[in-house]
Design a protein around this ligand. Sequence first.
Ligand code: E4P
Length: 215
Amino acid sequence: MLIFLDTANVDQISQAAKLGIVSGVTTNPTLMSREKAADYQATIKEICSIIPGPISAEVLVEGVQEMVEQARDISTWAPNVVIKIPATFAGLEATSVLAKDNIKVNLTLCFSLNQALLGALAGAAYVSPFVGRLDDIGHDGMQVVKDIVDVFQHYQLPTQVIAASIRHPQHCVAAAKAGAHIATVPYDVLMQMMRHPLTDIGVARFLADWQRISP
Ligand code: E4P
């Protein structure tokens, strides 16, 4: 399972990039507004230059024609940009138009197997089931991820599944077990994934033991 960062914070992306384990980035309008990144194009271009993998930038308009036009424009900003399109009827139609032009789409706000299946059939490169938001309303978000992975495998659909709306490290464990191709994780969750108190205790003890005998 690959790790994407779910943030528009350029400092966090630069920090995480140094670890050598970040394969892509997903942004959304909420994440952009959190960073007060009013210059959308400049921010996406900067992120695309830091991480060479797929960088998702979401359309900010409704309507098929409007989404297609904006997506075409965004796709010129960088060679690694991917267009996030919502899982609506208009989004599905826009996805099929863009896929025919070889513009990569990440079908976002995806909450069911049916939405993911239709997105894959429309030619989306990625679908993003939102695990945390499903959990929030009492559903089993990770079961939706697993169902999508199983069905895509069964029918050999090339669309990749991004486990999104990840809230804690156990979501990453479950996403990997469910067979998600990618988990897109907030920066603080990425930090938690690596930390373990026994590692810290072990490092301190090894160093202390060595210092006892070192000249
Ligand atoms: C995914 O691409 C979205 O940006 C993100 O995972 C949404 O997560 P949230 O439910 O925490 O807002």
